[in-house]
Design a binder for this molecule. Structure first.
Ligand SMILES: Cc1ncc(COP(=O)(O)O)c(C=O)c1O
Length: 446
């Protein structure tokens, strides 16, 4: 239904992602325009976008003519050429820039169309590394329960949140191994930090022994995990995981699809921890969502034994999104948006802490401009607040002109605004959130 109304319903020819048909009975909002940190619907209603396009790629904000110009110029110059046996200038330049700004020894890059493809490609590169090192049996991938690493074939087997997405596609490529997430607020092992001695990390060793280290290719994890809501692990966590991976010759893939390009107040999320990755996956903030792009980086050590990367798809190393990424990174650096993410992120976190007096606010967490409120129906037991109530608050916030989202673990509201957001806009968002929480508590009779 494309008519004067602001809604798209079931009569439209468009298939939406992850949208129950029942939602279309009311119709879904049609967004037509974006500017800075706001988007506008078909009727001109303005929404403050606290999750940068909901899937959170829009780091430099909406409506940047510079980015449009970079894409236009590249299309005029060279719109496309194959990634096999030929190179193009923007892809080479972007690889060079990424070699400078990615942490540790990440030094070689290839480009895809999405985060899912980047994850897929990282897993393929890890398999190539083992294959060419004559470790052909290594095919299993370790990820965390509660992980999200995309929707494609071998990456899907690492999907530990949104179980329905994984389960409907089963049987999947074999070799997915799940370990616990470092979710301290509701520890899956029932332990308390720091007395737990970071058992969620240490236990990985037993699981590796059980599965057979000679079958395991890689461990994949987000430095700060989205699923339960902007979840930063205990400071020791990644050091322990890195050591275990080294002990067993397992490659460590750090998935920076959300955290990369300033989301957490540093250029990359893993820079909050004293470890280095073997492979890094990127997407979203690499182009601020203006055009699709995913990227994988690996160290020379990973790349060196691989005689040929047996991989080809039409849009690999595409010059147009690579040109957009170059411009986007230039803007991030020129406008000091990484530093801004750290400073405004602190302001956001401080504001969220002030909401902790609410009986249903369990824990607030945040690193840079990646933050969450984890809700509870009982502060003592930390019982989960029913998802329907959290969704109700999100809907009421939207009616008040604020876009926030449910974290995939379905227990928290997540905030990940464009990095250009100003403190006053954060304050405005916090006021609305405060109001919808108070309304919810009133309805609950608290
Ligand atoms: C950590 C992580 N990895 C991979 C993906 C998949 O990226 P895409 O949706 O671009 O395919 C996502 C998407 O949200 C993600 O958050």
């Amino acid at each position: 239904m494309e008519n004067s109304s602001n809604r798209m319903d079931n009569s439209s020819h468009l298939i939406l992602h992850l949208t129950p048909k029942s939602d279309l009975e009311q119709g879904v909002t049609i967004i037509t325009r974006g500017e800075g940190v706001s988007v506008f619907d078909k009727e001109g209603n303005r929404y403050l976008d606290m999750v940068a396009g909901i899937t959170r790629p829009v780091h430099v904000g909406y409506g940047r003519p510079e980015l449009a110009q970079a894409v236009y110029d590249q299309i005029c110059e060279l719109s496309y050429f194959t990634p096999m046996a030929f190179a193009n200038v923007p892809a080479m330049e972007l690889a060079k820039v990424l070699a400078q700004i990615t942490p540790g020894a990440i030094n070689r890059f290839t480009f895809e169309c999405s985060g899912s493809e980047a994850v897929e490609t990282a897993m393929k590169l890890a398999k190539h590394y083992h294959f060419f090192n004559d470790n052909k049996s290594r095919f299993k991938i370790i990820s965390r329960r509660g992980a999200y690493h995309g929707v494609n074939g071998i990456g899907l087997r690492a999907l530990g949140s949104v179980p329905a997405m994984r389960q409907i596609m089963e049987p999947l490529a074999p070799g997915g191994i799940f370990v616990d997430s470092p979710y301290c607020y509701r520890c899956p092992l029932g332990l308390i930090y720091p007395d737990c001695d970071i058992a969620c990390a240490r236990n990985i060793e037993q699981i590796i022994e059980f599965e057979g280290p000679e079958y395991i290719s890689a461990f994949i994890g987000e430095p700060i995990q989205q699923a339960y809501g902007a979840l930063s692990p205990p400071p020791e966590y990644w050091t322990i995981v890195r050591r275990i991976c080294d002990t067993y010759g397992i490659l460590l893939i750090i998935d920076e699809v959300i955290c990369g390009f300033g989301r957490t107040g540093k250029m990359f999320g893993i820079q909050h921890f004293p470890i280095q990755a073997d492979l890094l996956t990127m997407a979203k903030g690499i182009t601020s969502g203006y055009v699709p792009l995913g990227a994988v980086g690996c160290t020379d050590e990973v790349w060196e034994p691989i005689a040929v990367f047996n991989h080809l798809h039409t849009y690999g190393n595409h010059p147009v999104p690579c040109a957009a990424a170059l411009k986007n990174i230039e803007i991030l650096e020129r406008e000091k948006l990484i530093e801004k993410s750290a400073a405004v992120g602190e302001h956001l976190l401080k504001g969220l802490h002030q909401l902790q007096h609410h009986p249903i606010v369990g824990e607030v967490r945040g690193t840079g401009l990646f933050a969450a409120i984890d809700f509870t129906s009982d502060k003592k037991t930390r019982a989960v607040l029913p998802t329907s109530q959290i969704l109700g608050m999100i809907t009421r916030a939207r009616h008040k002109g604020l876009i926030v989202k449910l974290a995939p673990g379905r227990m928290a509201i997540e905030f990940a605004p464009p990095l250009v957001i100003r403190k006053e806009e954060v304050d405005y968002a916090l006021q609305i959130i405060d109001a919808v929480i108070a309304e919810e508590e009133k309805q609950m009779g608290i």
